[in-house]
Design a protein around this ligand. Structure first.
Ligand code: ADP
Ligand code: MG
Length: 393
């Protein structure tokens, strides 16, 4: 634990409280929090727990009902809020770039408000575009809509850094970005922070993002109540209570499903029948198994139809590839368990069909197998976290 003397603290929240008009409960209820200079502190918690309200009180987009905000030891609870906002960079999910302004003009917003001269502003714009990896010559004069979502988000970060603020507030900045781009933006963000060393408050509902980015994580419950405030390592190894362990478990588990491939788990068998089989024989077969449908395979061994008892009774002597219902898309062996889960949610009989590279049926994935895998991965992760702590001693 880093020693926290008063000078180290960049942001101090004291009994910070917000009750929205007409509400019975406080959206943020007497929050005390110290954020140390140069650290990334991640506020993570379920939707509605008060993260955004907390952030917007720090730069006073929302006025606190009571409590105090100290910035570098100075009470800013009552200072001019426009001036305060120029000292605090703010990045939000939908970026909020001004659509009618060029990228360069967007980034220049705060420097202009601060009254910098033209030359200094132009240099700053070039410097920031360089910092976020977007060459000034190609991007400075474009408009926001001419950029991809990921590029717009980078500009959002560059704009927030414009006036060289001590503090950056980032509210789910990568929330609307596809997972691959998000991963890249997270890595860039960490590289960037290695250069700029800002004090950053970062909000997310994604525990994996919190673990990846945070020097310290505050896990919040309803009313911005702190369930645990500690380093990611410590939170993973020693969750303070059930709320924290549940929260780590859920979010992290679903993400971990991206790390396991269908080929890595033992597939469940499912009764199959060839499309040449007579419906009556298929019905006899179905009666002898616990499953409520058979999977019909074509001459290649590829799954084509589901047939249930009712289908078969009504089938007469029709070939089985014209009976029952078509199968939903199968996944391949290289698909992740996350892909398999996606299919499973909408699939018939709550199973995802798995085929090999030639489209030949290999088995199914069901929810029990996914649960089992999650459990095993969590146990492994906790063990790893504990082992890591042992090593540190
Ligand atoms: P989070 O960012 O963690 O999802 P918010 O800070 O947006 O949560 O919201 C916290 C709580 O305050 C929620 O219950 C939300 O419905 C409520 N809330 C947010 N904004 C307002 C508002 N303007 N008026 C009334 N209630 C609000
Ligand atoms: Mg929010």
């Amino acid at each position: 634990m880093t020693a926290g003397n008063a000078q180290d603290v960049m942001i101090r929240l004291e009994a910070l409280t917000k009750r929205y008009p007409g509400q019975q409960v406080n959206a943020v209820d007497s929050l005390d929090l110290d954020i140390h200079t140069g650290e990334i502190v991640v506020l993570v918690g379920p939707s509605g727990c008060g993260k955004t309200t907390t952030m917007k009180m720090i730069n006073r987009i929302i006025e606190p009902t009571s409590g105090r905000i100290l910035l570098g030891g100075e009470d800013v609870t009552k200072v001019n809020s426009d001036q305060l906002r120029r000292r605090i960079g703010y990045v939000i999910q939908q970026v909020g770039l001004f659509p009618h302004m060029t990228i360069g003009e967007n980034i220049a917003t705060v420097p202009k408000l601060l009254g910098w001269d033209k030359g200094r502003i132009a240099d700053r714009v070039d410097e920031l575009l360089d910092l976020v990896g977007m060459p000034s010559e190609s991007f400075r004069d474009r408009y926001p809509k001419q950029l991809s979502g990921g590029q717009q988000q980078r500009i959002g970060v560059a704009r927030a850094l414009g006036g060289d603020p001590q503090v950056m507030l980032m509210d789910e900045p990568f929330g609307a970005i596809d997972p691959i781009t998000r991963d890249r933006l997270q890595n860039e963000f960490l590289r960037l922070q290695g250069e700029v060393h800002k004090t950053i408050v970062f909000v997310t509902h994604d525990i994996d993002e919190a673990i990846k980015l945070g020097d310290r994580i505050a896990i919040l419950q309803e009313g911005s109540q702190i369930a645990q405030y500690d380093t990611p390592e410590q939170i993973l190894a020693a969750p303070a209570n059930d709320f924290v362990s549940d929260f780590i478990g859920r979010g992290a588990s679903l993400k971990r499903l991206n790390l396991t491939r269908v080929a890595d788990i033992e597939l469940r068998a499912w009764p199959t029948v060839s499309c040449q089989t007579d419906p009556q024989a298929a019905l006899d077969q179905l009666r002898s198994v616990p499953e409520s449908a058979l999977l019909v395979l074509n001459a290649n061994g590829s799954p084509v139809r589901w047939v249930g008892a009712d289908d078969l009774r009504r089938a007469g002597h029709r070939p089985l590839d014209r009976v029952g219902m078509p199968t939903s898309p199968a996944v391949g062996l290289r698909a992740t368990l996350s892909d398999a889960l996606n299919e499973l949610i909408t699939a018939r009989f709550a199973v995802t069909i798995v085929v090999d590279d030639h489209g030949v049926f290999r088995g199914v994935v069901d929810i029990d197998q996914i649960n089992e895998t999650i459990r095993a991965m969590r146990a492994a992760a906790v063990q790893q976290a504990r082992a890591g702590l042992e090593d540190d001693r």
